[in-house]
Design a protein around this ligand. Structure first.
Ligand code: G4P
Length: 537
């Protein structure tokens, strides 16, 4: 047993609790049905009483949040949090990935806190840009991916065509676990690859939305659905013959993706997805710290902050830090150590946050997400631990920015405060800060994955540091990592600018678009121009 393990029975407890956790996120492009499937999953697990209670779009639009003024104006939540529910005695943590207008670096960072991802594809659209970018992060982190092809109740592409697209474009081997009976738009049910039987979906009479499931042996399915059943079986057989068979080890190693078909809006296929999460998705595993050695699950509490949310409650200055528990049992009220400063941090206010709901939580285990309130001292990537030797988890990666602005204080007498504020926002990971030789110190450049990060930055500079600012949008959409030897030639190319990322000292070459990048590269193939993480261009 590890020297830093807690007592034998407590350790057993932690191991058992960790083994019954599944922590995942949905990666998708806007409108593929993420909100709908989130509701359907929770509804299926009976965590909520009626669909629409989680955060359906209609619901989201009408809500007046009492958090940030900016949220109120926009009518959207910029909070990422976790929905927790129990299914078949397994605790499922669905960590929300902000999307739509609030797509930002936080969206990518969520993927550092999960053990698995569900890639949700619209049957009519296949792989879309945002899904590809999120997938790149999963690939980089070796997060196993389950594919759910949604909206099969609507006309769409052919099932084989969709699988082919995934294999060709992202090189992930598809191993279907269910196969649709009926083309997209005529969804009778799914054939279960493992049992050879059919699960038929029938719309409920009287306008209720969830389908009724009926299990049919193969001969009954053939009698009822004729050609559609025969075709489904033939296609599945074809795939099986080419080796497209689910293998747990290959999936957990992120080499293959189990595929399921469904229609979240009617709950069709959602139970099958939950079953795959329970039966196949990995439970939390020991996570390596900066020394490279995995921190045992049954070691005392440790975790890291993957997101912070400032000023959620305007009544008092408040910051919630979302922590992914990596080891041990977290108990509300315990005093933990902040690895960065060595200072104690009291966890009196620990919450589970989802949408606008906050519930106090008293304990949590590996895989769970805890929202720590009054956490102004905690920044993104910070590690916390409860006892024994210090534990530091590796820093979170920086992601490819696509939006760039030059920022300055409109009142030059406030420059010192401005500089402090910019440093703070950079440290917290709110934005990436770049410095360019062409621009003075007075006007740093902010880089972001989504433009809302700039709104958060300017809002916080004004509200917390008392510095009104002005921003000028810069005409760049693409960054590549370069080196000092290439910088001079790149700076001489029209429309290109090289800047230093303050956080890690990386040199980034900024381009207006991918065409400019390819012209520059074609002219001088020796230039160092490496893609950044989650760059799908
Ligand atoms: P998002 O969070 O990924 O952006 O997507 P969201 O769940 O909001 O779904 C986008 C639209 O797709 C919604 O329609 C939703 O009802 C619809 N949708 C989701 N899953 C399915 C499905 O399985 N089948 C069909 N046919 N539609 C689906 P909307 O018209 O934008 O909104 P609403 O008025 O229907 O809520």
């Amino acid at each position: 047993m590890s020297v830093i393990s807690t007592s034998a029975s407590a350790a057993n407890d932690v191991a058992t609790e960790a083994a019954r956790r599944r922590t995942f996120a949905v990666i998708s492009h806007p409108d593929a049905g993420k909100s709908t499937i989130t509701e359907a999953l929770a509804l299926h697990a009976r965590a909520i009483n009626s669909a629409g209670a989680v955060h359906g779009k209609g619901d989201r639009r009408g809500v007046v949040s009492d958090w940030m003024a900016m949220e109120q104006q926009r009518g959207i939540s910029i909070t990422s949090a976790a929905l927790q529910f129990t299914y078949r005695d397994v605790v499922i943590n669905l960590v929300d990935t902000p999307g739509h207008a609030d797509f930002s670096e936080d969206t990518y960072r969520v993927l550092t806190a999960v053990d698995c991802a569900v890639m949700l594809l619209d049957a009519a659209k296949g792989l879309e840009p945002q899904t590809l970018k999120l997938f790149e992060v999963c690939r980089h982190r070796r997060v196993p991916v389950i594919t759910f092809i949604n909206k099969w109740d609507r006309p769409g592409l052919e099932a084989l065509e969709l699988l082919d697209e995934v294999e060709q474009r992202i090189g992930l081997r598809c191993t279907p676990l269910t196969w649709p009976v009926g083309v997209a738009g005529q969804f009778h049910g799914v054939a279960d690859q493992r049992t050879g039987e059919m699960v038929a979906f029938t719309r409920t009479p009287g306008g209720a939305t969830a389908v009724i499931e009926e299990e049919l042996p193969a001969d009954a399915a053939a009698a009822r659905y004729g050609e559609d059943w025969v075709r489904a079986v033939e296609e599945l057989d074809l795939l099986t013959a080419t080796g497209a068979v689910h293998d747990s080890a290959a999936f957990v190693a992120a080499a293959t993706t189990p595929v399921l078909f469904g229609a979240a809006v009617t709950n069709a296929g959602v139970r099958q997805l939950l079953d795959v999460l329970v039966d196949t998705a990995p439970a939390p595993a020991a996570r390596p710290d900066t020394t490279g050695s995995p921190r045992p699950l049954d070691a005392p509490f440790s975790g890291f902050v993957f997101k912070t949310q400032a000023n959620m409650n305007p009544a008092h200055r408040d910051q919630v830090a979302f922590v992914r528990v990596c080891s041990g049992r977290f108990e509300r009220g315990m005093v933990v150590t902040h690895a960065g400063t060595g200072r104690p941090f009291a966890t009196k206010y620990a919450q589970q946050v989802f949408g606008r709901d906050r519930d106090t939580i008293d304990e949590a285990f590996p895989g769970d997400v805890v929202g720590l309130v009054n956490a102004t001292a905690l920044g993104i990537g910070d590690s916390l631990y409860a006892a024994g030797p210090a534990v530091t988890f590796p820093p979170l990666p920086s992601f490819a920015p696509e939006h760039f602005v030059a920022i300055r204080a409109t009142d030059s007498s406030k420059f010192k405060r401005f500089r402090r504020g910019i440093e703070q926002l950079d440290g917290e990971g709110v934005v990436q800060v770049l410095r360019s030789d062409r621009r003075g110190e007075q006007s740093p450049v902010l880089a972001a994955v989504g433009p809302m990060q700039f709104e958060v930055a300017t809002h916080r500079l004004a509200a917390e540091f008392g510095v009104p600012t002005a921003i000028d949008h810069l005409p760049y959409t693409l960054a590549r990592r370069t080196d000092a030897a290439s910088a001079a030639a790149l700076n001489a190319a029209p429309g290109v600018e090289v800047m230093t990322r303050v956080r890690d000292g990386e040199l980034l070459a900024l381009f207006p678009d991918k065409w400019r990048l390819s012209t520059v590269r074609n002219r001088d193939p020796d230039l160092v121009l490496e893609p950044l993480l989650a760059d799908a261009q």
